[in-house]
Structures are given as C-alpha cells and as structure tokens.
Design a protein around this ligand. Sequence first.
Ligand SMILES: [Zn+2]
Length: 386
Amino acid sequence: MTERLRNGRLDGALVDVTISDGVIVGIDPADAIPAPAGMTITYLDGRVVMPPTVNGHAHLDKTFWGSPWRAHRPGRSVHERIAHERAIRAEESVPQLPRALALGRAMARAGVGAIRTHVDIDSLVRLDGLEAVLAAREALADAVEIQIVAFPQSGVLADTGVVDLMEAAITSGADLVGGLDPVGIDSDMSAHLDIIFRLAEKHGVGLDIHLHDTGHPGLKEIEEICVRTIALGAQGRVAISHAFALGSVPISEMQSTADILAEAGVSVMTNGPVGTTPPVRALRAAGVTVFTGSDGIRDAWSPYGSPSMTAVARQLSYQSEFYEDIDLETVADITTQGGATALGLRDYGIRRGGPADLVVFEASTVAEVIASAAPANLVLRAGRRV
Ligand SMILES: [Zn+2]
C-alpha cells in the first residue's frame, strides 16, 4: 500500500512524505510531485512531523493506570516511600499486567516509539513484575519497542538474594542491569558498583543506574560510574538516571564531571524535577547525551504523570527555564534523538529508505510541540496506524 502524507512540516520545511509497504520512499517539497491515481492521501495542513518520541525512563510495573484513583500516601524519605510502596502493592486489586499494558498502549498512542522501563526486583516481588512487563512487551511488540532494566528498588546489599534474582531477570529477558544510590541506599559505593558492573560484564549488557544522591558525594558517584564504564569498555551502553547531583551544585562545579561523562560515553536521563534538574545545555555542550523519560506515572511515588512525552518535555523545558525556540528545539532533540542514542535504537529517524515510523503533532513548529505539550494526531509504525 502506498500513502502520501501531504503538506507536513519536517525540519522547518513543508514536505510530502510518501510511504510504501512500511518504508519512506519519498520526502519532497509539498505539492511538487502529483499523486498517482488511487494513492491514499492524508492532509497534514502544515502540522509538525517528527520521529517517534522516546520514553527513556518509565516504571510500567508500578503504575496504577487503569485502576481506580488512589490518594497519594506521602513519605519523607526514599526509605519510607519504598516501605509505603510495598504496603500499597499488597492492597492493589487489579493485576499488574493489565495496568502495564494499558499504560504502554497509552504511551504508544501518544507517539512514543520506544520505552525503557525499570522493573523492580527484590526479595518480596521477586520476578513477578518482570513477568508482567515481559508479557506486556510481547503484546505491544507491533506498537512500541520496550527495553527492560532489572532494577533493585530495595538496594543490592540491604536485600539478600536480590543479586541472584537480578541475574535470573537478565537470563529471563531483561536487557540491562539497574542500580540505585550506591551511597544513599546501600551506604557502600564500591560494593554496590562492584556487584552491578560484574553482573553487566558477565552477561554483556549495559547499565542504567538511578542516582538521587546530591552534592559533591553524588558527583563522586557519577565519576566512579564513568571510571568503571571505561574499564569495562562499555562506553555508550551506560546511563545515569536523574543524576540530581549535577543539578544541585553551581554549573562551574559540575563542569569537570560533565567532561568525564562525555569521555566515558555515559548518558544522563532527566525528567525535569523541581530544584534538581541537571543543566542540560551545559551537559550537551560538554558532549554528554541527555535523554528524558516519564519516570513513574500515577504510582506509589507520585500521583502525577502523562503517557505523552511532549508533556514530559514541557516540564523539562520549564524547569530548565527555557523560553526561546532554540532551547525548546533542544528539548525536542533530547526527547527524540537523545533517547534513540541513549537506548541504542537502530534505524531511527525520518529519511528516505528508512522505516515509516513517525508522529504528526497538533502544532505548527517543533518549539510549539514542546511548549504546548502537543497531542499526537497521527502515529505511524512501519507505515501502520498505531
Ligand atoms: Zn525511576
């Protein structure tokens, strides 16, 4: 089947995109080439065409999406919130798989082409969450690509047996090894990093480490992760999620850490939290890959969240105090290409000969897509409507 998307705005220019059998076969100036008789025409009226967005940090196993609204139970510390989550989980009546599926599907419809989801692995939930997310991944394979991180939500030292469970998770289909605040949760940076890096090395997989620790101790942890990444030869396959430390000190004090991140090819994920958003402009200027993700959506950690990555991108822009088009466009790049680079996605981007994976947003410029958190009008994956 051949289809033409007529008069869309791609990289600032008005174009016609022609698709045949799931592949982009033409990108031409709008109305330059007459459509052959019988070709399906979809009129975009100048709306923005972008590659699919990338949700580089989600928690599909934790969400209450699809369940009745649940009042948030606050916690004063990470430890207290972990304890709350365990208690709330025991009360939840809707099984995990329908919730993970509902949220994954909502993300795909909102224009997300790839999701990296961290799945809790601890001695209480064991591999239950992983099994639900593996099933969701299979069910949604035609709509969205899903990467799974084996995430030790309760630490790797404090929770005996979690290392064996993480290993089982990797052999069962998880793609990356996770980690969590080596100092803040496990109080032993070397022991925590020894374990997770050894696991990644043994199975030849990458790492994505949650790091909420702030200030200079947090920077020290980031630098140690970079040193170990280089030693492992894993440049380009390691990410640090949140990296609050980078946003908790003046830019002049994080500059040398940014240079080390760039040298080690370690990417940084931020969803634009209040007060601790890493300085994305300075990081990108240093050569660091920055990407973004929703983090948890409507779960024990937060009642907030949207399946749309343009909503996340707007929050990141707002917290970064970005107002000019050039900065909003930077966040659009972080939300698309930045995620694709960090996740190692193949065949990403809109080009002739590439897969017809694209999103049409209800906006007339890329800056407007971000500032307005534009909804997706049309989502194509291999030329088919999602
Ligand atoms: Zn997270």
